[in-house]
Design a protein around this ligand. Structure first.
Ligand SMILES: C[S@@+](CC[C@H](N)C(=O)[O-])C[C@H]1O[C@@H](n2cnc3c(N)ncnc32)[C@H](O)[C@@H]1O
Length: 160
């Protein structure tokens, strides 16, 4: 995808809010309760795919100063807004980049926690893969990144 082309979210930015259920502290507790040996998040690396205007990743980085945080989003306008908020808070543990999640590879970094909230349905299909976004995000995360724990949230239509 051409990362420089304006997206619909550049024209109409999305609501800016946080999702407590995606907080690595909560994920860590849930993982431990299910018997997974997840690393304690306070000093860990956290990536948010489709971070929008930063309403979720910025407060997390603020609250966990010894963690390393990264957020990417395709929308340059939204990433600029997230950066403005991070700069105001003087955050040095948060990297924000305008980037297509489909272009992520191991060179971008390794992460212990990966958050994808509300971005499933927006991801394009992988080349050569007849599947839609959800499958392509799962493939991107599991193939390209050495993740320990990933959380996905998506909206879906009610089923009968
Ligand atoms: C519905 S909004 C959700 C934003 C936020 N995560 C939330 O849950 O409120 C979808 C977001 O995904 C971003 N997005 C869509 N396709 C993307 C892609 N291929 N790579 C990175 N971000 C993408 C959009 O720019 C937008 O900010």
């Amino acid at each position: 995808m051409n990362d420089n082309a304006p997206t619909s979210y550049d024209i109409v930015p999305y609501v800016n809010r946080s999702f407590p259920q995606s907080n690595p502290n909560k994920l860590w507790v849930v993982a431990r309760l299910f018997g997974l040996n997840a690393p304690h998040p306070s000093q860990r690396r956290v990536l948010e795919l489709g971070c929008g205007r930063g309403g979720n990743i910025v407060p997390m980085a603020f609250n966990m100063p010894r963690g390393e945080f990264a957020g990417i989003d395709l929308s340059a306008v939204q990433v600029a807004e997230a950066r403005k908020m991070a700069d105001k808070l003087g955050l040095s543990n948060l990297r924000l980049e305008q980037k297509d999640l489909m272009d992520l590879d191991a060179g971008f970094g390794q992460f212990d926690y990966i958050i994808a909230h509300g971005v499933f349905s927006w991801a394009p299909a992988m080349p050569g893969n007849g599947e839609n976004g959800p499958a392509s995000i799962e493939q991107t995360v599991s193939r390209e990144l050495d993740s320990t724990l990933a959380t996905f949230a998506r909206s879906s239509l009610p089923v009968d």
